[in-house]
Design a protein. Structure first.
Length: 133
């Protein structure tokens, strides 16, 4: 016991920092990078930014064609994808809780509602862009 404590104390502090960065922060950063790329940030960064599209006397924020994307649409899609991922994380966390069934069911319900709502709004955006609506 004393030997293991001495070994723990003598470990350099950068080893803990390196493992923390490698196993905790790097997956979160890579997941966020994938979500940003999925939301269409590359198109917004490369093309001149369109914040809205004037259609007669009204302004629309969802471009009606698949080859255009507004900045507002990109941000909304980013938020929706992040909320669907958060819903999936809540569903996964609820499956690990054994001691409090009410709390687990609450997490499961909230995560399911978040995931399904985000999925339906993203499908609505796609249908609006394709021209089904």
């Amino acid at each position: 016991m004393v030997k293991s404590i001495k070994r723990l104390i003598s470990m350099p502090s950068y080893t803990y920092f390196k493992s923390f960065v490698l196993y905790q922060l790097l997956p979160l950063f890579l997941m966020f990078l994938c979500v940003v790329l999925l939301s269409g940030f590359t198109y917004v960064a490369v093309e001149p930014p369109l914040w809205y599209i004037p259609m007669g006397s009204r302004i629309i924020f969802i471009a009606p064609y698949l080859d255009f994307q507004t900045v507002v649409e990109s941000v909304v899609v980013l938020i929706l994808i992040l909320s669907s991922i958060l819903g999936l994380i809540l569903i996964q966390k609820s499956s690990k809780i054994l001691y409090d069934i009410k709390y687990a069911n609450t997490l499961l319900a909230i995560g399911s509602i978040m995931f399904i709502a985000s999925f339906l709004v993203l499908q609505y955006f796609l249908a609006k862009k394709i021209g089904w609506i």
